[in-house]
Write a protein that binds this ligand. Sequence first.
Ligand code: NAI
Length: 481
Amino acid sequence: MQIAECGVRIGSMADTQRFDVLVIGAGPGGYVGAIRAAQLGLRVACVEKMPTLGGTCLNIGCIPSKALLDSSEWFAQAHSKFAHHGIVCDGLRLDLPAMMNRKDTVVQGLTHGIVGLFKKNGVISLQGHARLLDPQTVEITADDGTSQTVQSGAIVIATGSEPISLPSLPFDGDRVISSTEALSLPEVPQRLVVIGGGAIGLELGSVWLRLGAKVTVIELLPRLIPGTDTQIASALQRALTKQGFTFILGARVTQGAVQDKQVTLTVENDKGQRSELTADRVLVAVGRKPYTAGLGAAEVGVVFDERGRIVVDKHYQTSVPGVYAIGDVIPGPMLAHKAEEEGVALAERLAGRAGHVNYDVIPGVVYTWPEVATVGLSEEAAKSTGIDYRVGTFSFLANGRARCMDEAEGMVKVIAETKSDRVLGIHIIGPRASDLIAEAVLAMEFGAAAEDIARTMHAHPTLPEALREAALNVDRRSRQS
Ligand code: NAI
């Protein structure tokens, strides 16, 4: 038996019930980490309670929501933009079951893909609900009630998160729904109320608005997508309002009642004034919380913080040696790509290598249209740190490709430290911002100055030229200056 540098015991292949690494949860953190650990020669199993792999992201999160966002975007474009492009679509209508089937097919293709990846990389897939019995032993109970006990040198908790419910309006899965049900509604609601103006509320609100619903968003704070650069968030609010969204900001729901397929809400604003609102469905999207129910983690000594997150050290080890945690169950943004990177970094450490995650350059995307994508410090955050900074902006109105696409709404904003010109943050609202942000992330990962981006040749005419122009504009040299 071999022992890797970090102390994981590398067991014999014949011992089917003992692993070097047992990952609990097959979401983006768990399955990516499991594959990386197996690639590095460790004997790895991944246990998942759902019948398909991929976790929330692939089954009931990122992927189905993006599939519906893309479909509904086509529908909205066909209505509002095609004629402008000289394409006449008479008799345009929605086939919602077909749209849902396409979404399900996309999900199935990707979740089955993980089965193939596990096989190819030698990760053993175990189905059932895992519960820690001790720091090296896990009991796995399958859906049919049968259970088995497995042992592992390292146990990785990657069990993700679940939607937060409102005490005044508990989920009923029909009229008061979470993102899960909002991905599979049987018909377009006439009136949809979304509680929470974050990523989930605005993305799923966009899907149903584009398909014909009247959508009202109730947000506790006086602004949307808290934490995002305020200038960008305000631009998004203006764009979504033009599309037909109604926003009630600085307000909360104090009471809700479901009767005859209708939900009546009492909404209280920040001045204490109350009003009533009715809807066919209410989507509660007020955040997510770590999911660790029935895991037995606390029982074996794993320490949680006041928000129910597992406390880990900088190597993702919990308070119990040999038990690790990554992704949505630990502090940090609840994002698939953050979980993936943690899974890889932990796998590398368990194999005795140097894994690392750069938490300063985590991109955040809201897949509305226009999309919002950001990385690094917002202008407010830069201001609060007291750093002397300069800002360069560029509007897509002056970007040739955006004009050709008829998608000129939005801007790019580059924030750079005055003295060194080092990029502190890049914020984009506009067409394909989700793709454009990759260049910004790469630049920041390499410690680029605004001048580095400005001097990098960009193909013409393309959307990324707007980023270059914003970088030039930090020094007031863009064509728009
Ligand atoms: P969120 O935390 O992003 O937004 C929740 C919003 O609800 C906040 O604006 C908050 O101020 C508001 N809120 C909280 N309590 C409220 C109340 N009682 N009444 C009215 N408003 C209230 O959470 P969200 O959108 O549910 O997403 C959950 C997690 O999933 C987040 O961490 C998010 O980043 C992640 N996610 C990321 C996506 C992406 O990257 N595109 C897509 C979907 C989710």
